[in-house]
Design a protein around this ligand. Structure first.
Ligand code: PLP
Length: 404
C-alpha cells in the first residue's frame, strides 16, 4: 500500500484505483515506479534461504514476482472486491493458468457456446487432449447449464456480457448451481470490468480478465489476471505460475496499473456514448436489429441492469438491413470501408472506436449454419465505442449507412 493511503478498508474503490500500490521506494516517487529487473539482490544468505523456502515473501526472481506486478495485482483485487489477484501475460494466459491449476483428467467443465473463441478452443480442444471433459451450453439457458451438471463437474466458466451480441447470464444463479454441486464458478469480466460488475459479490469464485482490453484502455499492451480467494491464488495459481512462466512483464503491468486509474471514468463515459449510439442506430432506416444490454429491447435488459450497475457497457452490434446474406455482407463491408475516423480493428476496450465484421473475423471459422445458430449474420457490425465526440462517431457510421 502506498504510504499516503492509510487503510485500504476505509477507502472507496475509486480512491484505491488511484492509490493502492506497493510501498514507495526510498526516492519518494509519486507515480508508481517501474521495476525492470529479472533478479533481486538478497539481503543475506539466511534471508535468501527463507525466501526460497516460502517463509518470507521477499522477491527472488522475475518469474515468481515483481513489485510493479504486485501493485497491479493489489489494485485490481481491491477493485474486484477479491482477496487476491495473480497477473498473467495475457487474458488467454489467465484462462490457461486457471484450468491448469484447477483441473485434472476426468474433471468436467461447463462453458457457454458464446464464450471468447480462444477460450472455447483452449478448454474444449486442448484440455480435451489431457482428459478434461467439456459441455458447451447456450449462454442464457440456465436449465441447460443445470442439465449439463455431472458428478465430476469441477468448474462452470461464464462470460457476460458476450461478444458480439451482448448476451447476459445470471451470475448469482450460476454460482448457486456450481456451489450446490461442490463446483467453482469463474467469470470472464472483460466486457463489464469491475466498474460495472463485480462477480465475486454475486457469488463467483474466480474473476478472469484480459487486461488487454478496458484495464489498459488505450490499446497498448497485452495483460491478464485472475482474482480469487487468497488460498486459491497462493496454493493453486502461484505454484503453477512460478513453474510455467506465463508471467506479466513489469512494463505491461505498469501500463495497466496506470490504466486502472482512469477505468471508472472511461467505462462510464464510453458506456454513455454507446447507449446514445444504440438509440440512434435503432432509429436508422438502414439498420435492422441493434444488440446492446443497455437497450430496453435487449432480451436480458432487466438482468443486465441489475447485475451491471445500471450500465450496459461500451460494446454494441447491429445488423444492416439486407435481402440476402450476400447482400448483407456486401453492405456491412460498404459501411466499414466508408469509415474515415473510426478504426477497422478486431480489438476492443480502446479510447479509439473500433469496428469489426464478426462473421468474417472473430467468427469466420464457423460454418454458415453455426453462425446462423449463434445469431451472427453477414450483416452484423460490432462497434466497441471509444471517446471520440459522439457526433463524429455517428457521422462516420452514417457515411456508409446512408449511402447503401
Ligand atoms: C480478448 C479477450 C480474451 C483474451 O484476452 P487476450 O488478452 O487477448 O489473451 C478473453 N476473453 C474476452 C472476453 C476477450 O475479449
Amino acid at each position: 500500500m502506498s504510504s499516503n493511503a492509510k487503510s485500504a478498508d476505509a477507502l472507496h474503490r475509486e480512491t484505491l484505483a488511484v492509490r493502492l500500490a506497493t510501498e514507495r521506494s526510498q526516492y519518494g516517487e509519486n507515480s508508481e515506479a517501474l521495476f525492470l529487473t529479472s533478479g533481486y539482490v538478497q539481503p543475506s544468505a539466511e534471508d535468501s534461504a527463507r525466501r526460497f523456502a516460502g517463509e518470507d515473501d521477499g522477491y527472488t526472481y522475475g518469474r515468481s514476482g515483481n513489485p510493479t506486478v504486485t501493485s497491479f495485482e493489489m489494485r485490481l483485487a481491491a477493485m474486484e472486491g477479491a482477496e487476491a489477484c495473480m497477473a498473467t501475460a495475457s487474458g488467454m494466459a489467465a484462462v490457461m493458468l486457471m484450468c491448469f491449476s484447477l483441473l485434472k483428467a476426468g474433471d468436467h467443465v461447463i462453458i457457454s457456446q458464446s464464450m471468447f473463441g480462444s477460450t472455447l478452443k483452449l478448454i474444449g480442444s486442448e484440455f480435451g487432449r489431457f482428459g478434461v471433459e467439456t459441455s458447451v451450453v447456450p449462454q442464457t439457458d440456465l436449465a441447460a447449464w443445470r442439465a449439463a451438471m455431472r458428478p465430476t463437474t469441477r468448474l462452470l466458466f461464464a462470460e457476460t456480457p458476450t461478444n458480439p451480441l451482448g448476451e447476459v447470464c445470471d451470475i448469482q444463479a450460476l454460482a448457486d448451481l456450481a456451489h450446490n454441486a461442490g463446483a467453482l464458478l469463474a467469470v470472464d469480466n472483460c466486457f463489464a470490468t469491475p466498474v460495472l460488475q463485480r462477480p465475486i459479490a454475486l457469488g463467483a469464485d474466480i474473476v478472469m480478465h484480459s487486461g488487454t482490453k478496458y484495464l489498459d484502455g488505450q490499446g497498448r499492451v497485452m495483460a491478464g489476471a485472475l482474482c480469487a480467494r487468497e488460498a486459491m491464488v497462493h496454493e493453486k495459481f502461484l505454484p503453477v505460475q512460478k513453474n510455467s512462466g506465463m508471467v506479466l512483464s513489469p512494463f505491461n503491468a505498469w501500463v495497466v496499473l496506470k490504466g486502472l486509474e482512469t477505468l471508472d471514468l472511461r467505462m462510464k463515459a464510453q458506456s454513455a456514448q454507446t447507449l446514445a449510439l444504440a438509440h440512434w442506430l435503432e432509429a436508422h432506416p438502414a439498420v435492422g436489429r441493434v444488440y446492446y444490454p443497455g437497450l430496453a429491447s435487449h432480451p436480458q435488459h432487466e438482468l443486465a441492469m441489475r447485475q451491471m450497475n445500471g450500465i450496459g457497457g461500451a460494446v454494441l452490434s447491429f445488423d444492416v438491413k439486407a435481402a440476402s446474406p450476400e447482400q448483407a455482407r456486401q453492405r456491412a463491408f460498404h459501411v466499414l470501408d466508408a469509415l474515415q475516423v473510426l478504426s477497422l480493428c478486431t480489438n476492443l476496450g480502446d479510447t479509439k472506436t473500433l469496428c469489426t465484421h464478426p462473421a468474417s473475423t472473430s467468427h469466420g471459422k464457423l460454418s454458415e449454419a453455426q453462425r446462423q445458430a449463434a445469431g451472427i449474420g453477414q450483416g452484423l457490425i460490432r462497434v466497441a465505442v471509444g471517446l471520440e465526440h459522439l457526433d463524429d462517431i455517428r457521422s462516420d457510421l452514417d457515411r456508409g449507412l446512408s449511402s447503401l
